[in-house]
Design a protein around this ligand. Structure first.
Ligand code: OGA
Ligand code: MN
Length: 295
């Protein structure tokens, strides 16, 4: 067996032991696919991939997507590898990177199948901060009391970029809001996502801005409480990066955030694997308007 996986914590996380030469083996890819479903996030300590190998690994797992191609940090020479960094040389507008300080799921506000998985490799570390936390949204659903499950099972949630970056900017300017509107959708997603295989997970994050049919504060209070529930320590794996580590997470069943850092030297290379399931639809103006009413 060229690959072994040990649990990082009982409810989330796996540490993968595989030689770089075997990263693209069919056996490795099959194991990664399977373990991603149950462990949510997999770490390949110090595997030290090149962009070429990271892209080849991404391609073996599915179709690559780069929904961030339009935002600063994309690189013309390898357009499917997005650099996550606060370095102003690469990134004239760090909103999206600062947005990663808050719990989120990648690509929720884009009208496309929800990205299946994200691959991140550490190219330069920050002097402090910069650990990435992952919370298992399958476990968060499964462990809810039955009564609460019944109450929330059929709720729908409005997700927007504006909400995702609200903690970054406080109150964004009109011009900035117009830009977000042009680049992403306001999406209506199920709160409880029943996946094609029948499993269920919560779909949460800072981009979740209200519950359909509820006045704003009621919806946001429920979402805040559920997010706190989902982020309880037993459901969370924290990855303290070492140079050359590669991490892949099941973006459809995990939310993530990074411990704040200021170091412009930190550089991570991200690639994304497309999903096939499309749980949400663009939100109607009427449903959006309701979450801005307070009673
Ligand atoms: C991302 C992300 C966290 C980090 O790449 O989507 O959220 O640790 N990154 O940089
Ligand atoms: Mn992210």
């Amino acid at each position: 067996m060229a690959i072994t996986v040990e649990a990082a914590k009982p409810q989330i996380g796996g540490i993968v032991h595989v030689d770089k030469a075997h990263l693209l083996d069919d056996d490795t890819i099959e194991t990664v696919r399977r373990e991603l479903e149950t462990r949510g996030v997999l770490v390949f300590p110090g595997i030290d991939v090149s962009d070429e190998l990271q892209l080849a690994f991404t391609d073996k797992l599915g179709d690559r997507v780069n929904f961030t191609r339009q935002v600063p940090g994309s690189d013309a020479t390898s357009p499917d590898v997005y650099k996550i960094t606060l370095d102003s040389k690469f990134n004239s507008e760090p909103d999206y990177v600062l947005g990663t300080f808050f719990w989120h799921v990648d690509g929720v506000t884009i009208d496309q199948p929800l990205p299946k998985a994200t691959v991140l490799s550490a190219r330069k570390l920050s002097a402090s901060g910069g650990a990435t936390e992952f919370a298992n949204l399958y476990a968060a659903w499964e462990k809810l009391p039955e009564e609460e499950k019944r109450e929330i099972e059929n709720l729908r949630v409005i997700h927007s970029v504006e909400a995702a970056v609200r903690p970054v900017h406080g109150h964004p300017s009109e011009e900035r809001r117009a830009r977000y509107k042009a680049m992403a959708a306001v999406m209506e997603q199920p709160l409880v996502w029943t996946h094609a295989d029948g499993r269920k997970s919560l779909l949460l994050g800072t981009h979740a801005d209200g519950v359909v049919g509820m006045p704003g504060p009621h919806g946001r209070a429920l979402l805040t409480r559920l997010q706190q529930w989902a982020a309880q320590p037993d459901f969370v794996y924290t990855h303290k990066w070492k140079l050359g580590d590669l991490v892949i997470w099941n973006n459809q069943g995990v939310m993530h955030r990074v411990v704040p850092y200021t170091d412009e030297g930190r550089v991570m290379h991200r690639t994304t694997i497309a999903g096939t399931e499309r749980p949400g639809v663009p939100a109607s103006e009427e449903n959006i308007a309701r979450i801005f009413q307070i009673a």
